[in-house]
Design a protein around this ligand. Structure first.
Ligand code: KG4
Ligand code: ZN
Length: 333
């Protein structure tokens, strides 16, 4: 729950990690069933922690897409029910616009408060893209991954090493005690101009290194984790700085689950400082998926709609499994 000034009154995250861990990834049917079970208790807990009742809510926001339709529909229909019953507006939010808005709710220690315009690096389990953000709702995608998302690459390596799912945080922790210079892994696409990413070549090179090593010692695992993390972070930071330079924009935002990465954070502070760029990374709890960021994006849109006298059609709001950020309209339009 957010108050009118966008500060977070309560944020409840119901993780399905344990449910999906034994399958090594998200099982869509199980995900939507778990959403149905969780939705009401989560709403109740959010209200309770905020000391509010549902009638206090002036406007609702729910994720409209992109994502798994079965899961999206659960929260969207719950929000519709509440909005229609209470006669309040409902905003259907783009998941990635939520990630873009997350740093406006709070940045991690050492980072700058965000401001428009900025170039965003969105790095999660499902996305790796660079987006030029001129104003709320005015986005241009500059580049994206041609194959795996960065978080997915971490998750796959973790699975291969038998460490568990999701693997980003596990690899990150192991890498802290490893030697990143032991294995010379490739930095895919860095020599090519443009703003796209690719992680499949790095994945193959890492697999070949593992095969060459045979049975892995604990030190091998740490060194592999560190070398892999260094390669991913090198690519992410170089591409982000390249995009900011190309667009002549002096502020960058990095958001999504991978933005929790310890090496990525320290390298961002270092490189952006040297390049004279302002850099915003949300606090860790706002980097991974959360409802507060969806509320922040919904708040900006609700406000814009009220100001411009636009109407609301809560009942007609549908889920969108595929939806590009570039398709959005300005939030105040
Ligand atoms: O944004 P998010 O919570 O969900 C998606 O929308 O995908 O991101 C989850 C992803 C997972 O792939 C996870 O392995 C990765 O973020 N992740 C990390 C770290 N913490 C989470 N990757 C690298 N280092 C981390 N510390
Ligand atoms: Zn996400």
């Amino acid at each position: 729950m957010l108050d009118g000034t966008r500060s977070v009154l309560s944020s409840v995250v119901n993780s399905q990690i344990e449910l999906h861990a034994r399958f090594g990834g998200v099982v869509p049917e199980l995900a939507s069933r778990a959403h149905i079970v969780a939705i009401e208790p989560v709403i109740r807990e959010a209200l309770e922690r905020a000391g509010a009742s549902i009638g206090d809510i002036a406007g609702f926001a729910a994720t409209r897409g992109p994502g798994l339709t079965g899961s999206l529909l659960v929260a969207l229909e719950a929000a519709k029910g509440a909005a229609l019953a209470l006669d309040r507006p409902l905003e259907g939010v783009h998941h990635l616009e939520g990630h873009l808005m997350a740093p406006f709710l709070g940045v991690a220690a050492g980072f700058d408060a965000p401001d428009w315009p900025f170039v965003a690096l969105l790095v999660s389990g499902g996305h790796t893209s660079l987006v030029r953000c001129d104003a709320p709702g005015v986005y241009t995608e500059l580049g994206r991954t041609l194959d795996d998302a960065a978080g997915e690459a971490f998750d796959k390596l973790s699975k291969q090493l038998g460490l568990g799912y999701p693997g980003g945080a596990l690899i990150d922790r192991l890498a802290e005690g490893g030697d990143a210079s032991r294995f010379a892994l490739p930095r895919p696409l860095l020599k090519r101009v443009g703003h796209d990413f690719s992680f499949s070549g790095l994945k193959t090179a890492t697999s070949l290194t593992m095969t060459r090593l045979g049975a892995l010692t604990e030190v091998d695992v740490r060194d592999l984790a560190a070398s892999f993390r260094a390669a991913v972070v090198d690519v992410l930071v170089a591409r982000l700085l390249g995009a900011a330079r190309h667009e002549r924009i002096e502020r960058v935002v990095v958001s999504g689950g991978v933005a929790c990465n310890v090496l990525l954070r320290s390298r961002l502070l270092e490189s952006c400082g040297a390049a004279g760029l302002g850099v915003s990374v949300p606090a860790a709890s706002l980097c991974t998926d959360n409802a507060a960021m969806i509320g922040a994006a919904g708040y900006a849109r609700l406000h814009g709609r009220v100001r411009s006298g636009g109407g609301f059609d809560a009942a007609g709001l549908d889920a969108r499994s595929t939806w590009g950020l570039g398709e959005l309209r300005p939030a105040d339009g």
